[in-house]
Design a protein around this ligand. Sequence first.
Ligand code: GRF
Length: 189
Amino acid sequence: SNLAILASGSGSNFQAISEVIKKSHHNVSCLICDRKSAFVMERAKKLGIKVFYVTYYNRDKSEAEKEIDSILNSQKVDLVALAGFMRILSPLFTNKWKNRVINIHPSLLPKYPGSHGIEDSFNSGDIELGVTIHYVDQGMDTGPIIYQESFTRCDGETLESAEEKIHRLEHRVYPQILIKKLDNFNKAI
Ligand code: GRF
């Protein structure tokens, strides 16, 4: 099956997913990126993955989303993975792609949604830290949870050490969950 990845930033998850998918019988069809200077674009070029830049500037969100939708259709995409994509998708888009858009978030949702998931989790003092993989709906980091994995904060844990553990955890679990979903998708067809 064909996966598209939407990202806005560094793209370490994009890289981890792409490397694992390349060795599977599935395919990363393309990267769609909304930020011209995002490092994820360099990663995609190095990996030989097609890049589509979709701007959100000076136009309605619905126009940008129409463009994303037509790219997904033209690339015959089955499943979409958000990997640090820093935009909320509108109901029109999420309803059309219902159960076909997945996101990863660096906290144990429903705790600490938003763009500071790691800092907010760390500063809360919670003993358990972790990541959540979920279907995307119109909300911010809402939508049905597919998978969570946590670890226990260690003595002397710092924000930096927690961040590193969370990213390593993301890079391990996100590709595996996406492959499972892509497998299921094949069966359904
Ligand atoms: C990750 O922490 C992910 O959970 C969050 O955004 C971050 C993206 O990092 N949604 P990267 O661009 O994949 O390195």
